[in-house]
Design a protein around this ligand. Structure first.
Ligand code: GLV
Length: 332
């Protein structure tokens, strides 16, 4: 009788040469085009699968795995995994993995770039120039805020936040941070960062950067009340998840001059962008690309493939995926 190989579903096109490694062990059902799979389509794809390689485009919870009796592992290609209902997947005894570390430096680079673009009005200036509005050089055109010597306020001081703090030293910035828990002294020293409470962070920020993981507990953490505590000269940059910011309140603050500028790589209803933000000049908008260098995106897929192979009991790390999310909970 022919050997029955485990089956894995790859939900999006992800570097075919890397995904190819799955074929050594599994029958692979891949997806030729970027697809917004509906819940029913995800449930069908998972129903006959032992594992899945998915991205933040693919929301998966109890309903999607209800008919997936064989499913043992979901490898998310991304560090954030709020697309996955981890408690529900853990109850279904499904291993969940993500891709931390490999994207830290690339994402920190981008956070810094977005903050600089917002503060120094780079894309606004480019648009103005392309529109043919630059008729004569003038002294007071497109005046922005400085980064050097200013206060960088980081909300969420995990690996990426720390990467941004280390970069800030080169710009001679004062670094404040707020986090669920305070970092050990040696890490604070290494990042030259000072812990403050949330209100102090908001009030003292010249540039506020959001890098914290999203969950329903922090939904709209930056709302109208939080924005009102910030300086009108400050900027806000979000490279975490759109749901952290009340976009309507942000648009109000930006259009009323109660906040100087924003840099947004993530949006609440991605890929839809709030039309009020689209209409504003003092917002830099990018399509969720903070980790999108070629090398890093390849490293993320490679790590996710390693995770899936190991979680399904194959390869050198069989049974021990390198970056599990719910290993501790599954032991209970
Ligand atoms: C991207 O947003 C990620 O979480 O990796």
């Amino acid at each position: 009788m022919a050997e029955v190989r485990p089956r894995v579903w790859v939900s999006q096109p992800l570097f075919a040469d890397i995904v190819e490694r799955l074929r050594e062990h599994f029958d692979v059902i891949d997806t030729a085009q970027v697809t917004q799979h509906g819940a029913a389509a995800i449930a069908v794809a998972l129903a006959g699968s032992d594992g899945a390689l998915v991205t933040l485009n693919d929301p998966i919870g109890a309903a999607e795995v209800a008919g997936a009796g064989r499913l043992r592992a979901i490898a998310n290609v991304g560090v954030g995994y709020n697309n996955l209902d981890v408690p529900a997947l853990t109850r279904a005894r499904i291993v969940v993995t993500n891709t931390p570390d490999v994207l830290t430096e690339t994402t920190a680079d981008f956070g810094f770039a977005l903050m600089m673009a917002a503060a120094r009005r780079i894309t606004e200036g480019e648009r103005w120039l392309r529109e043919g509005q630059w008729r004569q050089w003038s002294f007071e055109t497109l005046l922005g805020g400085d980064l050097h010597g200013s206060t960088l306020a980081i909300l969420g001081m995990g690996r990426i936040g720390q990467g941004i703090a280390r970069r800030a030293a080169g710009f001679d910035m004062r670094v404040l941070y707020h986090n669920r828990s305070r970092l050990p002294d040696d890490v604070e020293r290494d990042c030259r960062a000072q812990y403050v409470d949330f209100d102090t962070l908001l009030a003292q920020a010249d540039h506020l950067l959001l890098v914290l993981p999203y969950s329903s507990q922090v939904h709209h953490l930056v709302d109208a009340a939080a924005l009102a505590k910030m300086k009108p000269t400050a900027t806000l940059t979000n490279i975490a998840r759109g749901g952290l910011v009340d976009e309507a309140a942000l648009a109000d603050a930006l259009s009323a001059g109660r906040l100087a500028a924003a840099g947004l790589d993530v949006f609440e209803g991605e890929p839809a962008v709030n039309p009020r933000l689209l209409a504003l000049r003092n917002v830099v908008l990018t399509p969720h690309i903070a980790s999108a260098s070629l090398a890093t995106r390849r490293a993320m897929v490679s790590l996710a493939v390693d995770n899936l192979i190991a979680a399904l009991g194959f390869g050198p790390d069989a049974g021990r995926p390198p970056t599990p999310v719910n290993a501790d909970q599954l032991k209970r």
